[in-house]
Ligand binder design. Structure first.
Ligand code: SF4
Length: 286
């Protein structure tokens, strides 16, 4: 998954109340709140896919506006499929399996004329999985509620994304800078140039409260780190799981949140998310 902290907002450009803050209930969100709480709206997307401590922390914050997705995570899995490997690969696998277009199917298998847009050889076996795979989760759980809110209120988001988190975020920032006022969806990403170390230092310097699931901030070999989770995000997400060090995020959850872990693995027909079948098929340790 992403590095230590996901969505933070920090903004120099709060424009007459026409921007809102998009909150993803993370540690760095508190940095954002600390800086701008006085002047901007703070938005919480309540999707019940965060650690309970993080959700509680966010919901107890004053003056937040809560947005809820239309479906819950389990419904998304049932209707569209599991988010695995990466957003891109999940999309390609889903399209390969469902499209009626021979052309698209060929691109998803063999790539376009530049060799891009295809399912990586490593993940081709997933097209035969007996569970659904899809990239729709982010749209339904996060993007759609926010877009609806933007449409309804005419406000635009300030995101706390950072270049350090992905090559895509970096290349987008190189193209558009922090503020895309002229784009079809005006957006501000003023923390783009922050690093995780900057965020931790800020939290430490200003004594900002963070959810207990992160533990304390300590220094180790000249670098700041949290003693418990380094980042949280969506606890059930399998994007990037293949790159996790051992113990991976689910193995850590088994120790820290055994009931949540059980819920993840339990078969869907018994009320769980059925993720065990996905792990077994993919040979993922859990
Ligand atoms: S990060 Fe993963 S779990 Fe969270 S909304 Fe996106 S796909 Fe779903």
């Amino acid at each position: 998954m992403l590095s230590i902290l996901d969505i933070v907002s920090f903004v120099m450009l709060f424009i007459m109340g026409c921007l809102f803050m998009l909150k993803s209930i993370r540690e760095k969100d508190d940095v954002k709140k600390h800086m701008y709480f006085q002047s901007a709206m703070l938005i919480v997307i309540y999707a019940a896919i965060e650690y309970p401590e993080v959700r509680k922390f966010a919901m107890e914050t004053e003056n937040v506006t809560v947005l809820k997705p239309k479906m819950n995570f389990k419904q998304v899995l049932e209707k569209y499929g599991y988010p695995v490997v990466s957003k891109e690969q999940s999309q390609y696998i889903s399209e390969y399996r469902t499209t009626n277009s021979d052309k698209l199917k060929d691109i998803r298998w063999n790539g376009n004329k530049w060799g891009r847009g295809k399912i990586s050889k490593k993940w081709r076996y997933l097209v035969n999985a007996d569970f659904k795979i899809s990239n729709k989760c982010c749209d339904i759980m996060k993007k759609n509620p926010v877009k609806k809110f933007e449409k309804k209120t005419g406000k635009h988001p300030i995101l706390g994304t950072m270049c350090e988190e992905s090559a895509l975020r970096k290349s987008q920032w190189m193209k558009s800078g922090c503020n895309g006022f002229e784009s079809t969806r005006p957006i501000s990403k003023p923390m783009s140039f922050w690093t995780n170390q900057d965020v931790l230092e800020y939290i430490q310097t200003y004594g900002i409260e963070i959810p207990s699931v992160y533990g304390e901030i300590v220094e180790e070999k000249g670098k700041l780190k949290t003693t418990k989770c380094d980042r949280t995000g969506c606890v059930f997400c399998m994007y990037g799981l293949q790159s996790d060090k051992t113990p991976n995020r689910f193995q850590r959850m088994k120790e820290t949140h055994p009931r949540l872990y059980e819920y993840c693995l339990k078969p869907k027909e018994d009320g769980g998310l059925g993720i065990k079948d996905v792990f077994d098929y993919m040979g993922t340790d859990y």
